[in-house]
Design a protein around this ligand. Sequence first.
Ligand SMILES: [Zn+2]
Length: 450
Amino acid sequence: MGLVKLLSAVLSVRRAEKLDAQQLMELQGLRFRKLLKYAYEHSKFYRAFYLDYGIKSADIEEIGLEDLPIIDKSIMMENYDDLVTDEALKREQIESFIETAADSRAWYKGRYKVVHTSGSSGAIGLFVYGADEWEISKALGLRATGFNHPVYRRKRIVFIAATDGLFASVSSFYNLQSFLVKLLPISISSPIEKIREQINRFKPDVITGYASGLNLLAQEQLAGNIDIAPSEAFCTGDPLTASYRKLIVDAFGVNPVNMYGSSETMTMAAECSEQHQMHLYHDWVATQVVTDDGTVSRTGKLVVTNLYNFTQPLIRYQMNDVIEMEDSPCACGSSMPLIKSIAGRTEEFLWFERSSGGRDFIHPIVLAEFFVPGLEKLQFSQTSSNALLMKAVLGGDQEQVVKAIHRRMSEILSEKGLQDDVRFEVQVVGAIDNDAKTGKFQLIKPLVRA
Ligand SMILES: [Zn+2]
């Protein structure tokens, strides 16, 4: 059953590749209308929200995407139980599922995929996909990797990232699972010695994972700590900077394909292999770029509409990423529009010294995805070469939440083997101010060295 759905999703994704710009917009328009009608009829939140804006049932047939009000993560989370279209989905229960689900491949209630993020603002976001919807996300992931190796070729694929939670990137990785490929997830949270040993033994044909993770592998290769010869590289999760790309090319002789996804949309853009230009997958996601006052523009915040998620409809949902669009078409011939740049967040690695000598790091995404129910906002400040202060804004039972924060942080340190080297303290605060200089929330404050 799943395979039939997947094949049909792959065929539809491949057909869309051949459309010209106008046909693509028509396809997108039809899918948008279907989603909007469904959301208006089945989501209590959208019906009430749009009625508040004077959008009535009769307008739903006509209204343009750009005339609908924008939502964001906090609006979505505040109205979660009313926003989803299945009454069986409840925020509180899904949060407990996230806390207890040990396996990224787990299905919720046997039929839903759950991914989550705490994202850059420190607030938790939950995203649920139905089984058929998940097949479309798989097809989009396969498009990004060139439709080839997961299905047709015997490859050894390594994935270096946060591998232990229900995160969008690791869930996408497990989507490559088939009897024809060999997958090795490597946790960015494991000790660096172990990462070296695992990767040398596995000898991957394909390296995938966080751009910063691939950059780390490139450094290790150039330093002579690992010796591998991958023929393909795919980056996701955090920004692929020009210096990361150069180092990966220097180390492996492979130009990485940058992919762009989120928990909201899963894979929504990737570079074409021909030009290394990033194409937005406008057949299954509708996007706009808006300035702070909501005006559509070339540069600004990305607003997405996921066109295949009917379980948890996201219509005109504003993300934190700042995007610049490219006006001219790509020389590869695809009519999917181009992103010129993504100013994602580049958080800092926290490096700690071991009492036994040497040092090891905590990856910023591990901290960005720190999840504990009842935790509303969190900030990590490194206060010395072996100490960490965690400021936390809490809802719910304070004592229980603080205990859970201690448990989770101890797990992260133990995984790295840093539990005896790093001391941490949780400080409950009423609010966490944004950075005075940038005006932005700063999740991680690295050690300021004298
Ligand atoms: Zn292209």
